[in-house]
Design a protein. Structure first.
Length: 346
């Protein structure tokens, strides 16, 4: 994710000027203070002129489960950079699943033309090997582990703005729409039951303000919860850090919880969810279509074990942060080999 990548680059002390290719350049500039350009093919081609390096990452950029459009754009950008002679570093990505034959062939060609690859999990390594990618693949971690958090006071301020006082225990929910997901009313029932039994206030955190807003609002109305609007990743991290437990139907909701030492239960809409939960030492993962009773049971077990789970997270977090930082080291080695200061982030 961009905030972690930029923090990592700044922490490495390299004098670079990032130029970000963005779906919303105005918002990206306002949020991160960097130059940003649109993602149209013409703008991408123009932005690559004179670039010292293209960084592609992080997130689940190359997959065709939701649609092939994401994979087409990101792989096309890798190929465009190669055509312009711009070195490419793939950093912090989760690659796959890729099911379409033509996307797999395009991925093999594009990844074999880059200079460095660092992915966030073992499944991505196996996917690239299975595609016949011969560039060495480094296993790092999600770049969100490098993202700076706002202060706990900022988290409490955002909760207060949503009508939640500091004296109340908070149960966080990060949800997204997904094919095969069970009825949101069933999910609301398990959330309501658990929060009532444990006397917790429910907050809903839309990680994607475009895609998640409708389902988040519906869930808030059904549970008596509040949607907390955080404008930046730093604010999101701060709010998550104020929760006692998080239920995640978004991978980055689970990653943010782990980064803040908050135990979590995950509903797996993609293999990357159980893979991350296992890496973080969190046992509470269920299929996205799990029945209400199973979700309630998993939340109860996580609540009862939260001290143990917090200890596990404290033990594993330094390794996850170090793994994410090792991906930045790959970028800095490439930067040191290139003249100039400008780089492009996609």
């Amino acid at each position: 994710m961009l905030s972690g990548l930029l923090a990592g680059l700044r922490g490495a002390g390299r004098p670079v000027r990032p130029v970000v290719l963005s779906a919303d350049p105005v918002a990206t500039h306002a949020l991160h203070g960097v130059e940003a350009h649109p993602r149209s093919p013409a703008d991408v081609w123009k932005a690559l002129a004179g670039a010292r390096l293209l960084i592609s990452g992080g997130g689940s950029l190359v997959q065709d489960v939701t649609s092939a459009r994401s994979a087409l754009y990101y792989l096309g950008t890798l190929l465009a950079a190669s055509s312009r002679g711009v070195p490419v570093a793939v950093v912090g990505q989760g690659v796959g699943p890729i099911t379409r034959g033509w996307v797999r062939r395009m991925a093999t060609i594009a990844f074999n033309r880059v200079q460095a690859i660092s992915v966030r999990d073992g499944d991505s390594v196996r996917t690239l090997v299975g595609l016949g990618v011969t560039v060495p693949v480094h296993r790092g971690a999600d770049l969100a582990f490098l993202a700076p958090s706002a202060s706990p006071d900022r988290g409490r301020e955002l909760l207060a703005a949503a009508g939640i006082t500091g004296q109340e225990g908070v149960f966080g929910v990060a949800v997204r729409p997904w094919p095969g997901q069970r009825d949101v009313g069933d999910l609301a029932a398990s959330i309501r039951r658990f929060a009532g039994a444990r006397r917790l206030r429910v907050i809903i955190l839309p990680f994607d303000r475009t895609c998640d807003q409708t389902i988040s609002q519906a869930l808030a109305e059904m549970t008596g919860g509040r949607v907390v609007a955080a404008e930046s990743p730093a604010d999101l991290l701060a709010v998550v850090g104020c929760t006692s437990l998080l239920l995640g139907v978004r991978l980055h909701g689970l990653i943010f919880a782990a980064a803040q030492g908050v135990p979590a239960v995950g509903l797996a809409y993609d293999p990357k969810v159980p893979a991350f939960m296992a890496e973080a030492g969190l046992p509470g993962v269920l299929p996205v279509a799990a029945p209400s009773e199973a979700v309630f049971g998993a939340l109860e077990r996580a609540w009862e074990q939260r001290a143990v789970l917090q200890a596990r997270l404290r033990a594993v977090l330094p390794d996850l942060r170090q793994a994410a930082a090792s991906a930045i080291h790959i970028v800095t080695r490439l930067l040191d080999a290139q003249p100039g200061q400008e780089l492009r982030v996609n």
